[in-house]
Design a binder for this molecule. Sequence first.
Ligand SMILES: NC(=O)c1ccc[n+]([C@@H]2O[C@H](COP(=O)([O-])OP(=O)(O)OC[C@H]3O[C@@H](n4cnc5c(N)ncnc54)[C@H](OP(=O)(O)O)[C@@H]3O)[C@@H](O)[C@H]2O)c1
Length: 257
Amino acid sequence: MTLQDTRTAVVTGASSGIGAAIAVAFGRLGWRVAVGGRRLERLEAVARQVEEAGGKAVAFGCDVAEPAEIHAFFEAAETQLGPVEVAVANAGGSVPLLLHEISVLDLERELRTNLLHPLVLARRAVPSMRERGRGDLVFISSESAVRPRPFQVGYTAAKKGIEGAAQALRMELEGTGVRATVVRPGPTLSDFARDWPPSLVRRALAAWKDWGVQRHLGFMPPEATARAVVCAVTAPPGTRMDLIEVMPEGPKEVRIS
Ligand SMILES: NC(=O)c1ccc[n+]([C@@H]2O[C@H](COP(=O)([O-])OP(=O)(O)OC[C@H]3O[C@@H](n4cnc5c(N)ncnc54)[C@H](OP(=O)(O)O)[C@@H]3O)[C@@H](O)[C@H]2O)c1
């Protein structure tokens, strides 16, 4: 590994699940990683794992629904770790309610977290990446972008929106050396639905089964998506990976006769 290969990355939503796995995977590459999220103790534990893996890490409290906090996170990361070359917009979440049941305030928060945050992060990261002629923006989407589910109307709008935004941004960045990759995970074992009341989980699962969008209960470890992110951001300059979908294998063989 040369010094040039040692990059500085920011990862939002790195206190658990996919974001934590991405941060640790960057640590294994020997990178400097700033991890952001609201649960500071969890972030500090992830930062220690990044360092044990061989990287350098700093943890910052940050609510990505607030653009000013994304800016503060980014600036603190650059001050402590140097110019950011890799920005991963991973923080996200959803509330499993029907559209007419969710309050406008919660809907707005869902859109700020899942759609506005990746755009604000990318907007902040792009100028210095363009100047250096190198950089990676990674947007963690969801299979909901292409296989929408009831009870996830706002979340689906956000994930579909970010995939469209990445496509348009790629045009703005063509020829600059800055890449914009969408990584689109399927069902993953994480803290994602940790706050969902069991009655809402049962209701949503029944509807998803009816609509054929939850064919089985196969889940992936967060590391599966982290591997895809590493693959995209370590692709040689001059090539790019625009979209990677990562899905869990089904639990049993389907025999088609
Ligand atoms: N799990 C799945 O089945 C699945 C499938 C497809 C896509 N995804 C996507 O994968 C990404 C990671 O989710 P995950 O599955 O790893 O779930 P997770 O373990 O719950 O991780 C979500 C992360 O986002 C952070 N976060 C949420 N709201 C935030 C906010 N307002 N400000 C700052 N951080 C916030 C959480 O940190 P704090 O709580 O500490 O703030 C946490 O670190 C999300 O974008 C999600 O949409 C997940």
